[in-house]
Design a protein around this ligand. Structure first.
Ligand SMILES: NC(=O)c1ccc[n+]([C@@H]2O[C@H](COP(=O)([O-])OP(=O)(O)OC[C@H]3O[C@@H](n4cnc5c(N)ncnc54)[C@H](O)[C@@H]3O)[C@@H](O)[C@H]2O)c1
Ligand SMILES: [Zn+2]
Length: 361
């Protein structure tokens, strides 16, 4: 069972929380070149105060670090440092650092205690929770990995204030997703507090991050290996992943792609008669109030519906020829549907890729 701690200013509690969990040994902090200079010192200080020796490694920022060649670099470092099985790996950073550090913790010496200190909204409410760790293969994202839950997930919401605005908005996309599939009341809160959540000044920041994180904990607890319920977390991701991949991960942030994907999934839900049009409209307005796209923004490269469809058919969550769609039957409630006609998907994609509403038909 993972311990989840979310709050403003929790970074300083890291060392004492680790002691409470009975951890001993040395702490190996894996971070990146942007996050470590900001928060590395505070983390090392907290560790030192609790009596932990520590060492740190900074990876270059970005998805390119999530590779097997980088795991080699980290294994070499751990070997040089003479890391032992009871020593602790700490991921300090966003989803990239969390995924690769977790994979290293899962595999080095057949598994070392692992702690996540997520520093992006996406990592605090999504990627640090649930135990999926791994790296990319040149031919596909997240193809190599394991299930290896962290024993402690410690999210400090104060660190989010140094995130670029675009990353903040992209993170909120996952919170809106969480509300749409699981929690209608959360959607009310997001809707009513959008401005202050966007600039991270709302007193609801920590409670909302924690609420989303707890939802993920609960869903994962019921379906650790993603055979059923956990799939609802992929709402907006069937189209979102395909868009990201079709644009070589160069144009859209994950959350932005998911936002467009949610607009698509809601439109499909309406078209098959599951969802009230007003609910889809409301979702889209909330996404826009967080500065998120609900259709592909104008980009200087062509992207065809066929390319996106082809990417969708390659999605690893595909069973046989059909995509599993996460649709909504009302706000706060999702269902899994595999019988969505491809013509309908095509029509919706065409409208999402159209440059403006005027070109929609
Ligand atoms: N394991 C899972 O279940 C899961 C789920 C969703 C996504 N992911 C993975 O997560 C990754 C994306 O994670 P992400 O969106 O956090 O991106 P990221 O880790 O690349 O972080 C985004 C950028 O923000 C910087 N950053 C992080 N925290 C900061 C802070 N507090 N202040 C200033 N800058 C900061 C990073 O250096 C980086 O440049 C992808 O690789 C994706 O596959 C994993
Ligand atoms: Zn996501």
């Amino acid at each position: 069972m993972s311990t989840l701690v979310i709050g403003e200013g929790t970074l300083g509690e890291l060392g004492s929380r680790m002691r409470e969990l009975g951890l001993a040994g040395r702490a190996f902090v894996i971070s990146d070149e942007r996050v470590y200079p900001l928060y590395g010192e505070a983390v090392r200080q907290s560790l030192q105060q609790a009596g932990f020796d520590s060492a740190a490694y900074q990876l270059p920022c970005g998805e390119a670090s999530k590779s097997l060649s980088t795991t080699w670099v980290l294994y070499d470092w751990l070997v040089e440092q003479r890391a032992e099985r009871r020593d602790i790996v700490i991921a300090l950073g966003g989803g990239v650092v969390g995924d690769i550090a977790g994979f290293v913790a899962a595999t080095f010496l057949r598994g070392m205690p692992f702690i996540q200190v997520p520093t992006t909204i996406l990592a605090q409410i999504d990627s640090a929770i649930g135990g999926k760790v791994g790296v990319d293969h040149p031919r596909g994202k997240n193809l190599i990995g394991a299930f290896y839950p962290a024993c402690l997930i410690l999210g400090d919401t104060a660190v989010l204030r140094t995130l670029p605005r675009r990353e903040i908005a992209a993170g909120w996309a996952e919170a809106i997703k969480c509300a749409m599939i699981l929690d209608a009341e959360l959607l009310d809160l997001l809707e009513a507090n959008a401005d202050k959540l966007c600039d991270l000044t709302s007193p609801l920041l920590s409670p909302i991050i924690e609420r989303c994180a707890r939802h993920k904990v609960e869903v994962v607890a019921q379906d650790e290996r993603e055979t059923g319920l956990r799939m609802i977390l992929n709402y907006g991701h069937t189209i979102g992943h395909a868009l990201e991949a079709a644009l070589d991960y160069q144009v859209l942030l994950h959350g932005e792609a998911v936002s467009i994907g949610m607009a698509g999934a809601a439109a499909i839900s309406v078209a098959v008669g599951l969802l009230e049009p007003a609910a889809a409209e409301r979702q889209n307005q909330i996404l826009e109030s967080f500065g998120l796209p609900i259709r592909l923004p104008s980009i200087d490269r062509p992207l065809s519906v066929e390319t996106v469809l082809e990417r969708m058919s390659r999605d690893k969550k595909t069973r046989g020829a059909r995509n599993q769609w996460i649709l909504l039957d009302r706000i706060g409630h999702a269902r899994i549907e595999s019988n969505v006609p491809v013509e309908l998907v095509e029509r919706i994609l065409r409208s999402l890729l159209a440059p403006s509403p005027a070109a929609d038909h």
